[in-house]
Design a protein around this ligand. Structure first.
Ligand SMILES: C[S@@+](CC[C@H](N)C(=O)[O-])C[C@H]1O[C@@H](n2cnc3c(N)ncnc32)[C@H](O)[C@@H]1O
Length: 283
């Protein structure tokens, strides 16, 4: 088990390395140059079988996209389906990965709207841009940067979406303040993320593979609500969209730290990790 670094910058670098490795198959990198990411990323290298990332999108949604966009999907929900995007709106996806939710958002907001994707990982941005070109979509731009310092002016978008990314940040309060800053008045925060309904054992919190697997950085619902409120958001709602067994959590990167728990501690975690759709509003 690799121990999670305490320093935010080092943690971001490790997350970036894990996601560069996880996307290597989709980005066409030769096998001998790829790292290993069998565990410790939000998914393995396919869209089937992973307990967190599989079966998130309808066939109709996937049919309109390049296959590489689906293969690159590392999310834990379908925020564009739940975000109620309207024609002409501007949308920002935090941690856009291979671009699936940005391309779906672009379809929803139509040619008079616009969708930005923001990601820190070059390999992800390259796959996303290839998917954009292949889709022939013009109302999309992928930005390089970190979600803790969004490279957009204040009040520039109507909706902030994100899919299984905020849990990866070491400074979630800062991410939420940034989301608030870039939203227009009345703008919506519409995010899918992993949340824990209970206490996160310390051994899992320190497990780097579990962090990269979107497990160890999960916030407790009350903490998420408090950070959203402190950032200025109102009308905060949580909706559980999927619930995970301890076995599924172990398969998502946390196998070493789960193995270190007692049977009683494992029983306490049963079905406590969930995917949630989180809504909030900028007044
Ligand atoms: C679990 S994947 C999700 C990708 C995408 N949202 C999806 O549903 O397929 C996490 C993505 O967030 C990016 N990421 C993680 N932490 C980030 C940060 N602090 N700033 C910007 N991007 C970040 C990673 O590079 C990776 O592409």
């Amino acid at each position: 088990m690799t121990t999670r670094p305490a320093d935010d910058e080092q943690l971001r670098t490790l997350v970036q390395e894990r996601y560069t490795q996880s996307i290597a198959v989709v980005s066409g990198q030769p096998a001998q140059e790829r790292g290993c990411c069998d565990s410790g990323c939000c998914t393995s290298t396919s869209t089937s079988g992973d307990p967190i990332t599989s079966n998130l999108y309808s066939e109709t949604e996937l049919n309109g996209l390049p296959i590489a966009a689906a293969l690159a999907s590392r999310g834990c929900g379908n925020p564009t389906a739940l975000a109620e995007l309207h024609a002409g709106e501007k949308v920002l996806d935090l941690g856009s990965g291979g671009g699936i939710d940005v391309l779906l958002s672009a379809q929803r907001v139509g040619p008079t709207g616009f969708a930005y994707g923001l990601d820190m990982t070059d390999a992800m941005l390259a796959v996303a841009e290839r998917n954009r070109v292949e889709s022939g979509v013009e109302n999309v731009k992928f930005l390089k940067g970190i979600i803790e310092a969004i490279p957009l002016p204040e009040q520039s978008v109507d909706a902030v979406i994100s899919n299984c990314v905020i849990n990866l940040s070491a400074d979630k309060g800062q991410v939420l303040r940034e989301a608030y800053r870039v939203l227009n008045a009345g703008g919506r925060f519409s995010v899918s993320d992993i949340v824990i309904q209970g206490q996160l054992p310390e051994v899992i919190q320190k497990d780097m593979e579990a962090w990269a697997g979107c497990i160890a950085g999960a916030l407790e619902e009350e903490t998420y609500r408090r950070l959203l409120t402190e950032a200025g958001f109102t009308a905060i709602e949580f909706e559980v969209t999927r619930r995970y067994s301890v076995q599924e959590v172990a398969e998502s990167g946390a196998s070493a730290s789960i193995a270190a728990l007692s049977q009683v501690e494992r029983d306490e975690l049963e079905s406590k990790f969930v995917s949630a759709f989180i809504r909030a509003q900028k007044p």
